[in-house]
Design a protein around this ligand. Structure first.
Ligand SMILES: Nc1ncnc2c1ncn2[C@@H]1O[C@H](COP(=O)(O)OP(=O)(O)OP(=O)(O)O)[C@@H](O)[C@H]1O
Ligand SMILES: O=P(O)(O)OC[C@@]1(O)O[C@H](CO)[C@@H](O)[C@@H]1O
Length: 307
């Protein structure tokens, strides 16, 4: 079973506007939606849709925390959360015809005691794999993630910011940086595909056994001890890219859980992400009949292992 941990969950509020707001004028949104979010929670949402057993956990509080719990259980996604005194945050995405603006709140203060309770929750669920996703709320440092990774022999996967990736010290089975996180974690600009491969290998040397880097419209690369593969993104109508990286990760993990090869898993991840970018917010598009979409994902191997 794949358990996800979201230390800083969110309610994702997505507004669509005709014209971007101007100073001192009221802007009117013509569509709005709210989704339970935060990176780990999104991974569980997509895993559940892919019929992979998952439990979402993390720390939630107050009425927005209740919204997250209620919406997950209404969607038949198993949740087992730790309640805190603070209020789960509200993150806002504004979509115009041709641009996407995202404002993420810091989130509530979380104490190290909540991590003790969280560890009990994780252990009680006996996962094979633990995915820790998203930012750290005020009060927690990267050591909170290291504690989770060291607590048992489950495999730990991280989808966290670049500075956290650089700071983590425990053993990690996999990490999923995006382009910006690759640059922050390695301290080098990441422009070309070769730069991305270099940065990914640096992360592997830092102790991440496998790395999947999501590169937006340039697709994704996967580096393992055995091979390095690039998968091109599929051309699709993009509504917004919120949750795209989470869905890529969920697709890869679901496929690996079902016994796929790394190459097939990366293709599945890209196929799932191409469906998710075509719906607003972190809505869950239908993820059935994926084989036809997966077949269209082109993959190529990089022979150069020297980087
Ligand atoms: N413009 C696009 N066209 C087609 N596919 C895209 C596009 N943008 C993203 N994708 C798909 O989504 C995957 C993940 O995208 P991206 O690298 O933007 O994730 P991310 O920055 O981690 O996202 P988030 O943090 O919002 O979850 C890509 O590997 C690609 O397959
Ligand atoms: O502020 P963080 O924790 O880095 O990211 C949070 C977030 O942007 O990530 C998800 C998309 O990946 C959204 O559901 C959520 O609002």
């Amino acid at each position: 079973m794949i358990l996800t941990v979201t230390l800083n969950p969110a309610v994702d509020h997505t507004l669509t506007v005709d014209d971007f707001p101007e100073a001192d004028r009221v802007a009117r949104a013509n569509a709005a939606r709210v989704d339970p979010g935060g990176k780990g929670i999104n991974v569980s949402k997509y895993l559940a849709e892919l019929e992979t057993e998952t439990v979402a956990t993390g720390v939630v509080g107050d009425f927005l925390g209740r919204f997250v719990r209620d919406r997950l259980s209404a969607g038949e996604i198993e949740g087992d959360f730790v309640e805190i005194d603070g209020r789960t945050r509200l993150n806002t995405t504004i979509l115009t015809d041709d641009a996407e603006f995202k404002i993420n709140h810091d989130g509530p203060r979380v104490s190290a005691d909540a991590i003790d309770e969280l560890l009990e929750t994780i252990e009680r669920n006996a996962p094979d794999t633990v995915v820790v996703g998203g930012s750290l709320p005020p009060g927690l440092g990267p050591d909170a993630i290291d504690r989770i990774a060291r607590a048992s022999d489950w495999e730990t996967v991280v989808d966290v910011g670049g500075s956290i990736l650089e700071a983590l010290e425990a053993s990690y089975a996999l990490c999923k940086p995006n382009r910006e996180e690759l640059a922050t974690a390695t301290g080098r600009p990441v422009n070309s595909l070769e730069d991305c491969y270099d940065a990914v290998e640096t992360l592997r040397r830092m102790g991440y056994d496998r790395v999947i880097a999501s590169l937006g419209a340039d697709g994704a690369i996967m580096s393992t001890p055995e091979e390095r593969i690039h998968a091109g993104a599929l051309e699709t109508e993009v509504v917004d890219t919120v949750g795209a990286g989470d869905s890529l990760l969920a697709g890869v993990l679901a496929a690996l859980d079902g016994g796929a090869t790394d190459r097939e898993a990366l293709r599945t991840g890209v196929a799932v992400a191409s469906r998710v970018v075509s719906v607003p917010g972190t809505d869950i598009p239908p993820l059935d009949e994926l084989a036809g979409t997966t077949d269209r994902v082109a993959v190529s191997a990089s022979a150069d292992r020297s980087r």
